[in-house]
Design a protein around this ligand. Structure first.
Ligand code: SF4
Length: 595
């Protein structure tokens, strides 16, 4: 029996009665549990294991491992780390063996990217061991750096999964460091081995942005190259050159520029100086304009009629260039398509956009509170001010990010794309998928499908969805409604996994057949409209060698998707303007044509 009094002195009869009922219930529950042998056990909450800190003293002999993007992004991030004084190594693109290791050492029921990425780290550490390093040496001399989040999808479990797989594979104690999606910029610790300060974040963002635009442009050129392999050769040269530029970049320092002039305001001045330097420096645009010249040495033939395939889906699956998505990009190019890859920049602005939306939704609500009544002007004004202040800061961050990104796109030439507007994507996707539903890319998968089809930017949308992905599974259901409303869309979702590559490729081949027909039909209709033949277009191209260069600007005509069709319209307009007439064929040429 409880020693608590049943009735409190001074309590109302109603409250006393409820207290008596509660107490009797508790006593009865305890009796039944005793009889059933269900003794109350002490609750042990899970606590994150304490991890050895990566200290500044260790920086000289500790290597940062990172990976999970394309080799182009990784190459530039690597150079950024080096320019900040870190030793770094890239963990190569995950393969099927990594997936198997992820399954062997990780939890059951994870999503596909978890298995690939976690297993990939284990595989890399095992290779270091094979090269002669002991487990303890690996644990002491390496740390792994990766992005983290608190969910709501399995992304929130990555850190725990890395630790579990490392423990199970014998690397218990190996350090995994996260830079959080929602983390601010002030994570620096003066004694930390890795200082997550403004220089670190600007370095990563600049590398990712340059990686995005250089990658996108290479994909836009490769399908039209005249000499097979020339684009990849130039891409190697371009990446080596831009990597060198990143290596030589030094973070802006107040001390170096202005000495100790600012006294007590040193930190603020240093911060501001770095921002202003980011906004005003032109070393990266200059480097990209040189890269543009290097790309421009490639000879292209825009008259190859090809379907354009936009890749969407889950963030990792749509980015990786390997077994993680069945090597889909290479496969599509082999099959005669032009691939439009998704820049990481879209995901970054999406994250900022979602935080702004959350602030809007939560305005005035703290810990479940409600907005004060209208007559409490002071309180309402304070809430309004706090809200506007937070949103304004984020909008400025969004605007700055886009400005910096577009500066690079413009420097590289006409083949890159500006980032899609998040408000437009939200407007397109929300009727089908609630834009406040988080996890993965949320409503973006839906919105991009409509956006790229509506804006005449792709003949087909291919969504790569990892096996076991929660947000992708949800959006798959909504895509059924999208394709029934937008009848012209050729949309194909593919579930990616560690196996089933042949099946996936064959499904893509079938949808691609339809997209190829669409592209051919569009080109044939264009020829009819402009009244020119393929031979005449080729002749114009041969007589105007500048049109055989990838950086030659061809305007996009509304309602026309394909590169060949847009080029044909442009040639027809130019021919008319320049009074160009095709040469009559010689007798020999006529004969060859007849044969
Ligand atoms: S978005 Fe999907 S695949 Fe990616 S981490 Fe979340 S659950 Fe996994």
């Amino acid at each position: 029996m409880s020693s608590q009094p049943l009735v409190q002195i001074g309590a109302s009869p109603q409250a006393s009665l409820e207290a008596i009922i509660e107490q009797r219930l508790a006593e009865e529950r305890a009796r039944l549990e005793r009889e059933a042998g269900l003794q109350q056990k002490e609750v042990h909450h899970f606590k994150k294991p304490e991890e050895r800190f990566f200290t500044k003293q260790e920086r000289g002999h500790t290597t940062l491992l990172f990976g999970g993007l394309t080799w182009k992004h990784e190459k530039l991030v690597h150079a950024s780390f080096e320019s900040l004084g870190y030793m770094a190594e890239i963990v190569p693109t995950a393969n099927v063996n990594a997936f198997q290791l992820g399954k062997e050492f990780g939890n059951n029921g994870q999503c596909n990217p978890t298995y690939f990425t976690v297993g990939n780290l284990v595989q890399y550490l095992q290779k270091l061991e094979e090269q002669g390093l002991s487990k303890q040496e690996i644990i002491d001399r390496y740390v792994f750096l990766t992005a983290g989040a608190c969910g709501p999808c399995r992304f929130g479990m990555y850190e725990a999964e890395y630790r579990l797989a490392l423990r199970n594979s014998g690397f218990d104690g190996f350090r995994v460091m996260l830079f959080q999606q929602a983390g601010g910029l002030s994570q620096s610790d003066c004694e930390a081995g890795l200082e997550m300060n403004l220089d670190f974040f600007l370095g990563i963002l600049n590398s990712l942005n340059c990686g995005d635009v250089l990658n996108e442009v290479a994909y836009a050129i490769r399908p039209y190259e005249v000499v097979p392999g020339q684009t990849d050769q130039q891409l190697d040269r371009v990446m080596d050159y831009v990597q060198q530029v990143f290596r030589q970049r030094k973070p802006w320092s107040l001390e170096e520029k202005l000495g100790g002039f600012f006294g007590g305001f040193k930190d603020t001045a240093e911060y501001l100086g770095k921002f202003v330097n980011q906004l005003t420096s032109d070393d990266l645009p200059v480097a990209l304009s040189k890269a543009s010249d290097m790309y421009n040495e490639i000879e292209v033939d825009r008259l190859k009629v090809k379907p354009i395939v936009k890749i969407t889906g889950e963030f990792w699956a749509q980015t990786t260039e390997g077994d993680g998505n069945f090597n889909m990009f290479k496969f599509l190019e082999r099959e005669g398509a032009q691939v439009v890859v998704e820049p990481i920049g879209t995901w970054i602005v999406y994250m900022i956009h979602q935080v702004i939306q959350r602030y809007k939704d939560m305005k005035g609500l703290e810990e479940g509170a409600v907005m004060p009544p209208i007559w409490q002007l002071g309180k309402r004004a304070k809430i309004e001010w706090n809200y506007r202040n937070k949103v304004a800061k984020l909008k400025i961050a969004e605007a700055i990010f886009k400005r910096e990104y577009h500066k690079l796109v413009d420097a590289l030439g006409p083949l890159g794309h500006h980032l899609a507007d998040q408000y437009e994507l939200q407007r397109l996707g929300h009727p089908y998928y609630n834009s406040r539903a988080g996890g993965g890319e949320g409503h973006l998968e839906i919105a991009k499908n409509i956006y790229y089809s509506n804006k005449d930017l792709a003949h087909m949308v291919l969504s790569v969805k990892p096996f076991g992905c929660m947000p992708s599974t949800q959006s798959d259901g909504a895509q059924a409604a999208v394709v029934s409303h937008f009848k012209d869309i050729i949309y194909l979702p593919i579930e990616t996994s560690g196996e089933g590559e042949i099946n996936a490729h064959s499904r893509v081949q079938m949808a691609l057949g339809e997209a190829k027909n669409k592209a051919k039909r569009e080109f044939a209709e264009t020829l009819e409209k402009i009244g020119m033949t393929m031979e005449q277009l080729k002749q114009f191209q041969d007589e105007h060698p500048e049109t055989k260069r990838p950086m030659y600007e061809v305007p996009h005509t509304k309602g026309v998707v394909g590169v060949a069709a847009n080029f044909a319209i442009h040639v027809a307009e130019r021919a008319k303007k320049e009074n160009w007439t095709p040469k009559a064929k010689t007798q020999v040429e006529e004969l060859v044509a007849v044969q």
